[in-house]
Design a protein around this ligand. Structure first.
Ligand code: UGA
Length: 446
């Protein structure tokens, strides 16, 4: 099929490159000409394992082209995916400025089409229930002068990609969820996804919008749940959240995934979507989403608990050199949006600590986010050198290979606050390295 993807950010680029890999012809559209040039050169503007290879492959086979002109791509395409960002406004609600603007251009493109085809417009951006039907549809109809469900199709098809595993998640999804306005759109999307070996769930527009938000809300709830259990474990002798999570996760109704306690969830999706859902429900005014608000509240405090622990162990942090290992919101990405590291570092700076941080890929992102208030180490060794304590904030594979002797050799005092359960504390403590771990009742050399 001929696929146009409006918005070549994270979701758009992954969607476009993967559809091209599956044999479709793809035009990627972005208003940022520099980004378009980069994509046409085969460069991915962010860090995502495996994406560069399939982008280059698609370009070499002539299956992908990036352009800045939405209208011409809409005139050409069988299916148009709207993949623009939906950021958060200061009150937590979803900002649909970009969706509105993209929809307008798509509407203009539909107007200029003279063929007898049946282009299907598909919203992929995360939007609150009702947006596709009551905002996107009227704009498209107004600007095109055509009727949805008669002269063009309309659907909503959210993505469930994880950063760092996006290509695999796209090509081997657990499920594909399609909400179509009409039968014809539903059939076209079914045939587009016909090669996928997973359940295809068909429902209406508003339900898929809710499925997307409810999915992220559930994942976030699972994380805040296990973090709360971890916090309880810390205060009861003999308890370790890792063992507790293992015991819970073996129940098939629960499953072991997303039960890793730590310093809280970050990223561009879980916090944003949860806030948007809460704001949406509160705006309706019929119900108070108490559970979802608590999930956010637990998450707000979770990163700071690690700093509190350091204060309890060290007394004042003023003038102490604190080594922070990991800045991205999770491994295998350079993304620092809503990363727990930001909250941790800001708090450490408030307490007048001297912060030196290392991340294998997020250094440049961090510079933009945190400026020159901290020192950026080029290597783990440089980061640990002379430090009074070390915070593990992101569980990069590289950190897992560090040995107690590395900390003893490099640090002023070998003291670790493991926010991601990267190390086996017993091993470290046996080698006289103090290692405090999230969700574990005190274990230390003293
Ligand atoms: C999340 C969802 O997992 C995807 O299904 C969804 O498509 C995506 O949002 C989106 O809406 O676009 P992502 O933000 O890439 O994906 O990251 P996750 O892997 O979900 O991790 C989110 C945060 O939770 C990270 O900070 C991670 O460290 C934390 N986390 C995750 C935990 O603290 N514990 C866990 O057990 C799992």
């Amino acid at each position: 099929m001929k696929i146009s993807v409006i918005g070549s950010g994270y979701v758009g680029l992954v969607t476009g490159a993967c559809f091209a890999k599956l044999g479709n012809d793809v035009v990627l559209v972005d208003i940022d000409a520099e980004r378009v040039d980069m994509i046409n050169r085969g460069e991915v503007p962010f860090y995502e394992p495996g994406l560069g290879e399939i982008l280059k492959e698609g370009l070499a086979q002539g299956k992908i082209e990036a352009i800045t002109d939405t209208i011409s791509s809409v005139k050409w395409a069988d299916v148009v995916f709207i993949c623009v960002q939906t950021p958060t406004t200061p009150d937590g609600s979803v900002d649909i400025t970009y969706v509105r603007a993209a929809t307008k251009s798509v509407g203009e493109g539909l107007r200029e089409r003279e063929d007898t085809g049946y282009p299907v417009v598909v919203v992929k951006s995360s939007v609150v229930p009702g947006t596709t039907e009551f905002l996107v549809k009227p704009i498209l109809e107004d600007l095109s002068g055509k009727k949805a469900g008669v002269e063009f199709g309309l659907a909503m098809n959210p993505e469930f990609l994880r950063e760092g595993a996006a290509v695999k998640d796209f090509l081997e999804p657990d499920r594909i969820v399609i909400g179509a306005l009409d039968e014809k759109s539903r059939n076209i999307l079914s045939s587009l996804y016909s090669g996928f070996n997973c359940p295809l769930l068909h429902t209406n527009l508003v339900t898929v919008e809710m499925i997307k938000y409810a999915s992220n809300a559930f994942l976030a709830t699972k994380i805040s749940f296990i973090n709360e259990i971890a916090n309880i474990c810390e205060s009861v002798p003999g308890l370790d959240v890792l063992e507790v999570a293992r015991g819970i996760g073996l129940d098939h109704r629960v499953n072991p995934q997303f039960l890793n306690a730590g310093v809280g969830f970050g990223g561009s999706c879980l916090p944003k979507d949860l806030k948007a859902l809460v704001a949406f429900v509160e705006d309706k005014g019929n119900y108070e989403p108490k559970l979802l608000k608590s999930v956010l509240e637990v998450n707000d405090f979770q990163p700071l608990r690690l700093v509190d622990l350091a204060v309890r162990v060290l007394g004042s942090l003023s003038g102490k050199r604190v080594s922070v290992l990991g800045l991205s919101f999770k491994p295998n990405t350079s993304d620092m949006r809503e990363a727990p590291s930001i909250k941790i570092i800001n708090r450490l700076l408030e307490l007048e600590a001297e912060v030196v941080a290392y991340d294998p890929v997020a250094r440049e992102t961090a510079r933009k986010e945190l400026g020159d208030r901290i020192t950026y180490a080029e290597t783990v060794e440089e980061c640990l050198k002379g430090a009074d304590c070390c915070f593990i904030v992101t569980e990069w594979e590289q950190f897992k290979n560090l040995e107690p002797s590395d900390f003893k050799r490099l640090m002023k005092r070998p003291l670790i606050f493991d926010g991601r359960r990267v190390f086996n504390p017993e091993k470290f403590i046996a080698e006289k390295v103090d290692c405090y771990s999230v969700g574990l009742n005190k274990l230390s050399t003293s």
